[in-house]
Design a protein around this ligand. Structure first.
Ligand code: PMP
Length: 426
């Protein structure tokens, strides 16, 4: 039976891969193909993908597949030879960034991009201290994991790490959050400097995805960026999650807040699934680094990755995916608000474009409903809707769909959510 096959696969998996590879769901999903916002198992059952932000222009988008195939059949080398694709793409991408951010370097993962960004910031400022939020995730290299508290207790934080609280607008309100976070940043910088660590920079994902999704109202983060600059540090915008049209109102997450960072890192959705990430930076900051340290990354910026990234950008523009993220995201939020009327356990709904968090708290006590939220996700999976949770208590339903999500997809998600809430008696 397929259950026996499943069990056999799990044993093979553990034997070959060890215990570190975690699967989603008690009854794991095995998918074999995908298109748009839908993926299919071997029996042809279709699942709605409300989780994957890497394939943000849709699973196996034909324009991207064609560009990858064409370039793979022609040539794939590295950045030691002249090649048109990297130049064309870099010029297009720089045009999307603020004028001051005028150089771009390529990596293969978000972790590597943040790793390089921290090294560049330290080199420029002469400091070592990096400040992140309480539940941040910025990657898995030795350096960056020390600034990724969400990895958990087993991971030692860097002695040069300062922690900001989660910008919890549910707790502090939308209006107060900018001043509150700027004050906390100043406190952390002072603490850091008191122990002899000079502040080098603030590293922030402006949607605060692993903290529990707290985009807040546009503009508030500028106060925090200004405070970082006033203290002589750099602002590193980790755009791995909010970048590339995700928030619906701007191409970049920081752009919603009306300030210019010093370094911008990006990855995940950049090439729709082909390994491709980047660190964009002001030329004076980069020059100070490259004058001392050569940087080469074998696979980064290779012609296939650049062809994929370029085709991904074409689709974002041609299909107005920023507009779609804005429109479908707004529709999603209003339907969730409708559902919340009948379900008082929905304590807060917050989102920007197609990145939405739904906060489940016990209506009687206000306690986070961690167990129930996990059960909810299992129920949604049985209805073949793939979604997840996040936040320090795991009580935030995480809705992060491909950017091609349609109104019909929202309906299907909402039906599965309403049915699952009813089934759980929530
Ligand atoms: N920054 C953020 C905000 C992320 O969410 C992630 C990945 N979840 C990373 C960096 C690391 O990216 P990668 O897994 O590609 O190394």
């Amino acid at each position: 039976s397929s259950l026996d096959e499943h069990k056999r696969d799990m044993v093979r998996r553990r034997a070959a891969l060890g215990n570190g590879y975690r699967l989603f769901y008690r009854d794991p999903v095995e998918i074999v193909r995908g298109t748009g916002s839908h993926v299919f198992d071997e029996q042809g059952n279709d699942y709605l993908d409300a989780y994957n932000n890497v394939v943000s222009v849709g699973h196996c988008h034909p324009h991207v597949v064609e560009a990858i195939s064409r370039q793979a059949a022609l040539l794939n080398t590295h950045t030691r030879y002249l090649h048109e694709t990297i130049l064309d793409y870099s010029e297009r991408l720089l045009a999307k960034l603020p004028e001051d951010i005028d150089r771009i370097t390529y990596q293969c993962t978000g972790s590597e991009a943040n790793d390089l960004a921290i090294r560049i910031a330290r080199n420029y400022t002469g400091g070592r201290g990096i400040i992140v939020t309480n539940e941040a995730y910025h990657g898995n290299t030795d350096l960056v994991s020390g600034f990724s508290p969400s990895i958990g207790m087993g991971q030692e934080l860097s002695p040069d790490c300062g922690l900001l609280p989660t910008p919890d607008t549910h707790l502090h309100g939308d209006e107060a959050i900018g001043d509150y976070m700027a004050a906390k940043l100043n406190e952390q910088i002072a603490l850091m400097e008191a122990r002899g660590v000079k502040f080098a920079g603030l590293l922030v994902d402006s949607i605060f995805s692993s903290d529990g999704i707290f985009p807040g109202k546009p503009g508030w983060l500028k106060k925090v960026a200004d405070a970082a600059h006033a203290a002589g540090g750099l602002y590193i915008a980790d755009e791995v999650q909010p970048g590339f049209c995700r928030t619906g109102d701007a191409f970049w997450g920081f752009e919603r807040h009306g300030f210019v960072p010093d370094i911008v890192t990006m990855g995940k959705p950049m090439a729709n699934g082909i390994a491709c990430s980047a660190t964009a930076v002001r030329h004076d900051i980069l020059d100070a680094f490259t004058a001392r340290i050569p940087y080469f990354n074998t696979f980064a910026g290779n012609p296939v990755a650049m062809a994929a990234a370029s085709a991904t950008l074409d689709v974002m523009e041609n299909e107005d995916l920023m507009g779609n993220a804005r429109r479908i995201g707004a529709m999603f939020v209003s339907q969730l608000e409708g559902l919340a009327v009948e379900h008082p356990c929905i304590a807060d709904i917050r989102g920007a474009g197609l990145y939405i968090g739904v906060d489940f708290d016990d209506p009687a006590t206000g306690d986070p409903m961690s167990v129930e939220t996990l059960e909810l996700i299992e129920h949604m999976r049985r209805r073949r809707v793939l979604t997840s949770n996040c936040g320090s208590f795991g009580n935030i339903l995480k809705i992060r769909t491909p950017l091609v999500f349609s109104a019909a997809d929202v309906d299907r998600y909402m039906t599965a959510l309403a049915d699952s809430l009813d089934a759980l008696g929530l």
